[in-house]
Design a protein around this ligand. Structure first.
Ligand SMILES: Cc1ncc(COP(=O)(O)O)c(C=O)c1O
Length: 402
């Protein structure tokens, strides 16, 4: 039998996290503050000198710790931290790593909110960002300056679904002594960025990890030093800006995390089915699981192969009007919902240029090759994907596209 490179699903399965009274799920600690029998222990806890003591839930909460431990196991990092949103995780990481006067090299194809933060918000702190094509490693390396603190990119870029060459990016980062931060929101389990050489992995758990669209949440997986630094009571970005996750939500996300491997497989299986059908009818599509995708070989060389190629697929309807016609028809016929976000059990679709990437200026979108009519699907867990495809095809015929 072939030995597996890394198995995030078994790492989660191996965890035994019991509830207070032997419950099979860890108990929810529904408290914002915690008592101490000795005044001295409280002071020691403030100074980070105690083990297993909780102080205040913006700092640490036992329920958040269970989820953080499971995420650290999934990534193979020493530690993790959970937050109230993916943007909370991203902004905390960037603000922790950079001081005024520092510089970031970032992929130009990131989630629109991340792009807006880098482009419009960080100048407030005199933090400069150079946007690059993260697949062009030479120009990426050339953009590094003496004051560069980090390279930022997404494992699978949004919405063009390019795959980042994390091992090569890691070599560049190490050579220049800068950190490599990877947003792995689109590919949990499929890619394990820390194993591939990233320093810090960030997530919007709102997406695949939770998978229910009932919560907004984020996570940072990193070394214990980094997690201790962001949670330091005196100068930790997470502690001081306070994007904490509610323990009730942590508890439900932890339960959902335990089914993530099966969901990723099914999302990927369904997206692959649709990709083959799109190809069959000659539609322009983007799916990194198909050999015609520019990053197919790279993806195969770095992915954990049990979890497919992801549920994300994009098609080019050429114009925004055509995209709108298709999406409206698909929603009426029950393919799924015209909504932003991803990783849900139902199929979601949106026109990226008119939604999640609308913060990115039109000229930049053009430069990165993003069509005005790009419809991004987050393919759901449909049991009968053949039926779904039939409806999509009928919709394409109905609007006169095929
Ligand atoms: C790749 C990616 N990263 C981060 C985020 C932000 O996450 P949240 O909405 O949980 O703050 C999103 C949201 O769509 C995303 O798609």
């Amino acid at each position: 039998m072939k030995t597996k490179k890394f198995d995030p699903a078994s790492n989660i399965q191996n965890l035994e996290q019991f509830g207070e009274f032997g419950g099979v799920n860890p108990s929810i600690t529904d408290s914002s503050t915690f008592t101490f029998m000795k005044a001295e222990t409280m002071l020691d806890t403030f100074h980070g000198k105690t083990e297993g003591c909780f102080l205040y839930s913006r700092h640490w909460n036992p329920t958040n710790k269970y989820l953080a431990d499971a995420l650290a196991a999934m990534e193979g990092t020493e530690s993790a931290w959970v937050m109230g949103s993916g943007m909370g995780a991203i902004t905390t990481t960037l603000l922790q790593l950079c001081n005024a006067g520092d510089h970031i090299v970032s992929s130009v194809t990131t989630y629109g909110g991340t792009y807006a933060f880098l482009k419009n918000y960080l100048p407030k702190f005199n933090i400069d960002v150079t946007f690059v094509n993260a697949s062009d490693l030479e120009s990426l390396e050339a953009a590094i300056k003496p004051n560069t603190k980090l390279i930022y990119t997404e494992s699978m870029s949004n919405p063009l679904l390019r795959i980042s060459d994390i091992p090569s990016l890691s070599k560049i980062a190490k050579k220049h002594d800068v950190k490599l931060v990877i947003d792995n929101t689109f590919t949990p389990m499929i890619l394990s960025p820390f194993q591939l050489g990233a320093d810090i992995v960030v997530y919007s758990m709102t997406k695949f990890i939770n998978g229910k669209n009932d919560a907004v949440a984020g996570a940072i997986c990193a070394s214990s030093d980094f997690i201790n630094a962001i949670s330091d009571v005196n100068d930790g970005t997470a502690m001081l800006l306070g994007p904490v996750l509610d323990p009730m939500r942590s508890s439900s996300i932890l339960k959902n995390l335990n089914t993530l491997h099966i969901r990723m497989q099914k999302h990927g299986e369904n997206a692959m089915y649709l990709a083959k059908k799109f190809k069959e009818i000659g539609l322009k599509y983007n799916y990194p699981g198909m050999p015609d995708h520019v990053d197919y070989d790279l993806f195969n060389s770095i992915r954990n192969e049990d979890f497919g190629y992801s549920g994300m697929i994009a098609i080019d309807m050429v114009t925004a009007e055509r995209a709108a016609d298709l999406m409206e028809a698909m929603q009426v016929r029950g393919v799924g919902y015209h909504a932003v976000s991803l990783g849900y059990f139902k199929t979601l679709f949106s026109n990226s240029g008119k939604s999640t990437s609308s913060e990115v200026p039109e000229s930049v979108r053009e430069g990165m090759g993003m069509s005005e009519g790009l419809v991004r699907y987050s393919v759901g867990l449909d049991n009968d994907i053949e039926r779904t495809w039939k409806i999509i095809k009928e919709c394409l015929t109905e609007i006169g596209f095929i």
